[in-house]
Design a binder for this molecule. Structure first.
Ligand SMILES: [Zn+2]
Length: 396
């Protein structure tokens, strides 16, 4: 690997150079790669030297201001309790503590968010849903949401009965889009306010527009979330994942918004790789051939956006201008707009006005009519989801 980084690799007379931008993995893999203590040890935080405390048969991390680890302190092995031996990354010219990231798919979605839902569903009485009806109501609304969930969500929301089987993306949807609506009045007010700290901070850090400008605010919200955690849920539950929240905004400063350094893209691609394996005898060759075929196919059919589907025959009611062609569906690079599916009918345009596609692809500004006629919960949901960039001219 050292040779690869120093000299690159020559393929058909073309030299390719390599560098490592990020190393993304879950906590056990990270401890293995860095050759440091496991994530439930006393000295296991990969970002600071906070020492764990033993409480109620668990190791917890109650401080939020311990000095940070640095590339220099890691290589010098200044914290003798943290290192188990030599780490192979030491031979590479990389900033180890910055490149080995704390990523939010494992830490926040499968870590903190999943744990909170377990508390609310099955925890002690003070932290559970206010009553059994609340749990059932949330489950019903998660299922009733299906026709309104835009196509950009790759999984439909499932009821809380199946929460143990939710995928990371479902916890992400709950944290960012549905949780703050569904939980209101269904958990104790103090727990709800506390959840909003996490929701707001992650919302800031996931957006290209706010992850740098409001980074300090997000960091303060997360620190407050971690500080309040022991009083609400018990100090023994301030685990490696909960403590790690105080470091996430720092990684955003280095690598950009959360999705720029998350395991989501690899997790999704793993599914594609798994499906390409047909032969148990030559799995690597199988994957290689399918990936090359896919790349060739994408090059030949270089996709150009917008993709316009289902041209609407001319009629004088929908076609205000005889020279304009209307379509039922428009697929843009990041999302899709449809005049036939309710879930894809709402969006924001560049001017931040909410639009609703009514009658084929004639855009009608709904404003007051819209707000009166639609369930406010759904309105809020869409307002959060569909605020991507969009040019109205593309459609009309
Ligand atoms: Zn730490």
């Amino acid at each position: 690997m050292i040779n690869l980084f120093s000299n690159g690799i020559n393929i058909n007379g073309k030299k390719f150079l390599f560098s490592i931008g990020q190393i993304i993995c879950d906590a056990p893999a990270k401890a293995f790669l860095l050759n440091v203590m496991h994530f439930n040890a006393y000295h296991s935080c990969n970002s600071c030297i906070e020492e764990g405390t033993y409480s109620n048969r668990r190791v917890c991390f109650l401080g939020t201001d311990a000095p940070l680890r640095t590339n220099g302190s890691f290589r010098l092995k200044s914290d003798e309790h943290y290192h188990k031996g030599i780490c192979p990354f030491e031979e590479l010219h990389i900033d180890i503590t910055s490149v080995v990231v704390l990523e939010y798919m494992h830490n926040v979605c499968l870590g903190v968010m999943k744990r909170l839902l377990q508390f609310w569903k099955n925890g002690q009485k003070p932290v559970r849903f206010l009553n059994k009806d609340c749990e059932q109501q949330i489950s019903n609304e998660l299922v009733n949401l299906h026709p309104h969930l835009p196509s950009e969500f790759n999984r439909l929301t499932r009821s809380l009965d199946e929460v143990e089987y939710w995928k990371a993306t479902e916890y992400r949807t709950f944290l960012l889009y549905t949780g703050h609506i569904l939980l209101k009045g269904r958990i104790k007010s103090s727990l709800y306010q506390h959840f909003l700290l996490l929701h707001s901070a992650i919302k800031i850090l996931i957006s290209n527009e706010t992850c740098f400008s409001l980074n300090d605010l997000a960091n303060n919200l997360l620190k407050q979330f971690v500080k309040d955690y022991p009083n609400l849920y018990g100090e023994e539950y301030v685990t490696y994942n909960v403590h790690g929240l105080i470091h996430i905004s720092n990684f955003v400063k280095i690598h950009g918004p959360l999705d720029q350094f998350s395991a989501f893209k690899f997790e999704n691609y793993l599914q594609i790789i798994k499906k390409t394996i047909h032969s148990a005898k030559f799995p690597l060759q199988d994957v290689y051939n399918r990936v090359i075929e896919q790349q060739f196919y994408s090059d030949v059919h270089n996709i150009k956006y917008p993709i316009l589907k289902k041209e609407i025959p001319y009629d004088s009611y929908t076609h205000k201008d005889i020279t304009i062609t209307l379509y039922e569906n428009v697929i843009l690079k990041k999302f899709k707009v449809s005049s036939t599916k309710l879930r894809d009918k709402f969006f924001f345009c560049l001017t931040r006005r909410l639009l609703y596609l009514l009658k084929k692809l004639c855009c009608i500004e709904m404003e007051k009519f819209f707000l009166k006629s639609i369930n406010m919960k759904i309105f809020l949901l869409f307002s959060l989801v569909l605020c991507h960039q969009m040019s109205l001219e593309i459609i009309l």
